[in-house]
Design a binder for this molecule. Structure first.
Ligand code: RP5
Length: 161
């Protein structure tokens, strides 16, 4: 099955934090690919990857990076696809460096920026985007949201005892 979502990250040291994005896509049955593509260490690969992603059938790119996190913004400048950025806490400045690098994009080149290390929400946001045009996925999302509500209900019942 062709991958609909691309998960890319600047280094294999980001991988552990990006697993949640893959996990949630897997749970919803959305095919994805995952790769290391560094804006600073492999700029030519990044350019080629971003330029070709749409023609390969990718619909949304989730891009993660830590520190001077240029990958999501650069990929958004090259590709027309929606880009979801995940700032990684690389144990320096608590990830604020990456958060600001990814969020503070200039007008005209948007990146949907997640909370630091929150690749789970990046996966879920990608699913919400796809669900706009995919009724089966929409149904799964509804079931997911209702499970969230049940969890809170059970937690409240326990508090009441
Ligand atoms: C960024 O630099 C990567 O996304 C990673 O978060 C950070 C450090 O990379 P390594 O030195 O651990 O490979 O480009």
């Amino acid at each position: 099955m062709k991958s609909q979502i691309s998960i890319i990250m600047g280094s294999d040291s980001d991988l552990a934090k990006m697993k949640d994005a893959g996990q949630v896509l897997k749970e919803f049955g959305v095919p994805y690919e995952i790769k290391i593509v560094s804006a600073h260490r492999t700029p030519k690969l990044m350019y080629k990857y971003a330029e070709e992603a749409e023609n390969r059938g990718i619909e949304i790119i989730i891009a993660a990076a830590g520190g001077a996190a240029h990958l999501p913004g650069m990929v958004a400048s090259i590709s027309d696809l929606p880009v979801i950025g995940v700032p990684i806490n690389h144990n320096k400045l608590e990830g604020i460096d990456a958060l600001l690098s990814i969020a503070q994009m200039p007008k005209g080149v948007p990146v949907a920026t997640m909370a630091v290390d929150n690749s789970y929400n990046a996966g879920l946001l990608a699913i919400r985007m796809l669900a706009r045009f995919n009724p089966k996925l929409k149904q799964k999302l509804r079931a997911y949201k209702s499970k969230l509500q049940t969890k809170v209900k059970i937690a409240n019942q326990k508090l009441g005892k």
